[in-house]
Design a protein around this ligand. Sequence first.
Ligand code: ZN
Length: 109
Amino acid sequence: MGLRIDEATFLERAISRFGTRYDYSQMTYKSYRTPIKIRCVEHPVREVVITPERHLQTTGGCKYCLRNYRNQTLERVLRMDCEPSVLPTPPLARAPQEPPAVGQKSKAV
Ligand SMILES: [Zn+2]
């Protein structure tokens, strides 16, 4: 893999994926595989240490956001129990413009 991602490219990707969800001002970018420290804007209590690679491949690394996301997924799975046991695709991987957590009300209930 000749994939090289520099800081500018990483930031560009991260922001197109997460928008302003994470704060990158404290990070020291060394390489795509070297962990960085970032902060989730919604949950700044704990800084997130994650490699840029994983940051772009996951929900970002904030465990609180991940928990929200898991709860949502669980609810969705419980609502349609005919769903085959397929691992859910993180919505961020598909629709960078639509963060999964915030204020999505389902029409049921
Ligand atoms: Zn968070």
